[in-house]
Write a protein that binds this ligand. Sequence first.
Ligand SMILES: NC(=O)c1ccc[n+]([C@@H]2O[C@H](COP(=O)([O-])OP(=O)(O)OC[C@H]3O[C@@H](n4cnc5c(N)ncnc54)[C@H](O)[C@@H]3O)[C@@H](O)[C@H]2O)c1
Length: 269
Amino acid sequence: MAIADVSAKPIAELVSLAGRVAVVTGGAQGLGHAMVNRLAEAGAAVLIIDLRAEQAAAAAAQVASATGSRVMSAAIDVTDEAAVSAVADLAVAELGSLDIWVNNAGLYPNVPLLNVTIEDWDKVMTVNLRGVFIGAREAARRMIDAGQGGVIVNVVSTAGFRGVAPGVTSYVTSKHGVRGMIKQMALELAPHDIRVLGVAPTFCTTEGNMAALAELPDRVREEIAATLSSRLGRVGVPDDIARAVLFAASDMSLFMTGSTLLVDAGETI
Ligand SMILES: NC(=O)c1ccc[n+]([C@@H]2O[C@H](COP(=O)([O-])OP(=O)(O)OC[C@H]3O[C@@H](n4cnc5c(N)ncnc54)[C@H](O)[C@@H]3O)[C@@H](O)[C@H]2O)c1
């Protein structure tokens, strides 16, 4: 197979996801919710995976009513292999195909290096690496079965490019790992017209990180703020990242695979 040459297509058609089906993990709140919103606005039917059942169902109903697209939710854990496999089947059975899979769910606990327990370490690796691996593999299996190609987008972080702040050794390690996974999966899936891309946000205000920051001592909060400053005059909001995910998921990025797009307001310059 070879990826299509879309030079003659109008821009509106390249951005459109009409007729496509997307799964977004961790879509009940934060960055994931904004991604669900943009993908649905572009015409995709979307299935939200999240641990938070009520919040995911409410997000699905809100986006469906705002965009007119079909949006469903499934309350499962991304680290549960059997559940993720069943939800991938559900997307195909209920929504008609599986064209886009966004691995967004992730944990970013702040624990000083010397206090990190093996349990802390394993928890982050299980969600941020195993969860991404399971989602990507299950998506790729369905996409290969259908023979229509597809896109897998993994949400990384500027923490996948450098150390960012005190207290996030396991997080930084996991996000560097996701970048490696993206490269290797892109190699192995390219023959099936499946593209694998990363989107790496800088700090954006979300329910999750506001709650996490509130628990930290002032000194640590200040150190984090110093390393994550935006050069564009304001702090990031979830839609800043969602627009980049839409680009990655759409035919606008059709000639890209294996790379991770920094959406960092100049943080890593
Ligand atoms: N917010 C930021 O500043 C920022 C910056 C860089 C990268 N990121 C990355 O973006 C992603 C989303 O971040 P956020 O700030 O929106 O997070 P958040 O905590 O606000 O939301 C994450 C969502 O994922 C869900 N989730 C967590 N673990 C899950 C699991 N095991 N199974 C299913 N669902 C699960 C949660 O219930 C929640 O709804 C993460 O991968 C994070 O590392 C965020």
